[in-house]
Design a protein around this ligand. Structure first.
Ligand SMILES: Nc1ncnc2c1ncn2[C@@H]1O[C@H](COP(=O)(O)OP(=O)(O)OP(=O)(O)O)[C@@H](O)[C@H]1O
Ligand SMILES: [Mg+2]
Length: 261
């Protein structure tokens, strides 16, 4: 695919090893990725292949053993406001309202009016208008994840990383959230990097799907999903891509069954 867009995230020859009881565990090896501005990328791979590790490296919560990561022109050495991350569980403050939880995400200095406007804008963006004063326990799991999305976006990051954000949700809520993420992505034009176990989720959302192999985690394949959105899950090309990824995991990967749900 020839892509004229600017590179937003560059992962260049990244390797990450861990010392585990005296021996070296190679978790990620020779990872090269060139992610474009505004692109939607998914990362799929068996459990333990290094997906979360890769996201942590991109946001600067962890450091490569060798190789380098750049976000825009910045070499990643520590967390920065240009990358926001959402984890599997919503991780909200249970004693704070939706409004306060989103407000807590703001780390920039802003005037009171601008601050209020920004919070309201992001609560509206994730479809939670009217729930500003609700506590997390008064919300469904999907609504709680929407609050985390609002909290991550409120700093206006260029890149949003999502680590299995809908893993704990039931199938229907999940499909709903995928539609929401698509809508937000189309509205906000952020670069999004999604880790998921759900292959249909990856095909439904992504411009490209990065398939990681296990032990060590390497880029096995990068699949272009050249389908208009919103995508029809029963469409011929959708099924072809799904079958291709399933076959790879059934034949090769440890933990493949987990991916084939
Ligand atoms: N801080 C750490 N110290 C030692 N080993 C680690 C550390 N972080 C991750 N690992 C190891 O790296 C490997 C990859 O972990 P990671 O969490 O990235 O996998 P994953 O692909 O996200 O798996 P899952 O799909 O189950 O979330 C695992 O074998 C894990 O034990
Ligand atoms: Mg993980």
């Amino acid at each position: 695919m020839s892509d004229e867009r600017k590179t937003q995230v560059l992962v260049d020859g990244v390797r990450r090893t861990f010392q585990i009881s005296g021996s070296e565990l190679v978790v990620l090896d020779r990872i090269d990725l060139d992610i474009k501005e505004g692109e939607f990328i998914s990362i799929v791979g068996a459990s333990g292949c290094g997906k979360s590790t890769l996201l942590k490296l991109i946001v600067g919560l962890d450091h490569p053993t060798s190789g380098q990561i750049k976000v825009g022109e910045r070499v990643v050495t520590e967390p920065s406001l240009d990358c926001g991350i959402i984890f599997q569980e919503a991780r909200l403050y249970p004693w704070l309202t939706v409004w306060k939880n989103v407000e807590f995400g703001i780390t920039r200095k802003l005037g009171a009016a601008e601050r209020r406007e920004l919070i309201q804008q992001h609560i509206d963006l994730v479809g939670l208008h009217g729930f500003e004063n609700a506590l997390p326990k008064q919300l469904s799991g999907g609504m709680q994840q929407r609050v985390s999305i609002a909290r991550a976006l409120v700093n206006r990051p260029d890149v949003l990383l999502l680590d299995e954000p809908f893993g704990a949700l039931d199938a229907l809520t999940r499909i709903n959230m995928q539609r929401e993420v698509l809508r937000i992505w189309e509205a906000e034009k952020k670069t999004m990097i999604l880790v998921t176990h759900d292959i249909d989720e990856a095909i439904y959302l992504s411009d490209r799907i990065v398939v990681l192999s296990s032990r060590p985690g390497r880029v096995h394949d990068i699949i272009n999903v050249d389908l208009p959105r919103p995508r029809e899950r029963s469409g011929e090309e959708f099924i072809r891509i799904r079958t291709k990824i399933h076959e790879y995991f059934f034949q090769n990967a440890i933990g493949g069954s987990e991916l084939a749900e």
